[in-house]
Write a protein that binds this ligand. Sequence first.
Ligand code: EPU
Length: 431
Amino acid sequence: MIKYLIQGGKPLEGEVVISGAKNAAVGILPATLLVDGVCKIENVPDISDVRLLLEILSDMGAIIRRQSPNVLEIDCSHVHDMVAPMELVRRIRASYYLIGAQLGRFRHAQVALPGGCNFGPRPIDQHIKGFEAMGAEVRQDGGFIFASAPDGCLPGGRVNLDVVSVGATMNIMIGAVLANGTTIIENAAKEPHIVDLANFLNSMGAKISGAGTDVIKVRGVRSLHGGFYSIIPDQIEAGTYMAAAAAVGGCVTVRNVIPKHLDCISAKLREMGAKVTEYDDAITVEKVRRLRRTHVKTMPYPGFPTDMQPQVGVCMALAQGTSIISEGIYDTRFRYCSELNRMGAAIQVDTKMAVVEGVEKLHGSVVKACDLRAGAAMVIAGLAADGQTTVEDAHYIERGYECFIDKLRALGADIRRIEAPDNPTKAKHAG
Ligand code: EPU
């Protein structure tokens, strides 16, 4: 059990350097399976989801050298058609990218159904639809997905996604890169990490065009070669520190960001009364007054990201007036609201909508991180609250935020991490 102990009420002041994007990294790392040669990748975030994927690749035979905490060399040339270890795969959502990567490289794949943060049903039917459109045969059996290319041939094809899915768009791109023909993805997702994955694959010899629009064309090539790539900065990590400055108070500059990727977050915080100043690769957020109410509807990029909903939810909980959040991506992403209410927030949830009555103050309490972003929101709430807050199940937060505690402490936060055995009785016996 990992807990964070927070003494709230101190403003955040200073600069924070943003790490590489989690959701780009978790696509790019499995995609290295397609590459015949060494990929040197820079700006890889050192987070638990990435460590898990590296363990999976390494178990499959990849040679991985860490040149520094965020620079890796990965050589998958000698991986021989190994099934990814089930117990590791089940712990991470992004392991679904191994289906596309194995199918592309070996012409067949066997991957356990993925795990990940639990906010309602997270089907992968659109991934499967894409692989089938490319010519693969796919079936589910005993908790596994099996995919294969009849006679080793993946002709490619056209797929029109029924829902805009980040995972399906990236997985189909990965599967299509080494196909025998061309694949076209219509109604594709447009998130920055989709463009980043396409740029990574193109820099290794792939022929992908249209990434960042809703039609992506992947012309199959015979092989990919090694090369160098630097992952983009994490939009959501940056947005989290921006929301923290607005909710807690003070003045925070996020560095190493692409301000364009943060447009809708900057706009929302401005709308709420925070002072937001953009530079070439940095943004400063300053709280100059009590925040004002606003409304948010989460949507695929360039709309407001669902992954920022809980953090901005904390800003709304402390704003003047009544705000409304409509969740447009997931069925249930409001579990954090009952935790916030334990801290004095006044939020009512009705399935995919939350009505947030702003309060002047939150007070410290013992709360849980229900998932990664909900956990980050609890930390922001704890920093803004009077008194002490304990955030339990903080391991979720460590799936996606590099050096969260250190970065917050450098901004002046009073936060520390405690790690205790899950079940003390069991641990004692085991010892
Ligand atoms: N969906 C389907 N069928 C599919 C795939 C998705 O119905 O085959 C639905 C989902 O249920 C959801 C919507 O489509 O309602 C969008 O899901 P999407 O596929 O875009 O999400 P994902 O690939 O499972 C990624 C990120 C999430 C992020 C979402 C949305 C990774 C590993 N995960 O998930 O990140 O919330 O896109 O942007 O990239 C996070 O970082 O905290 C996180 C949860």
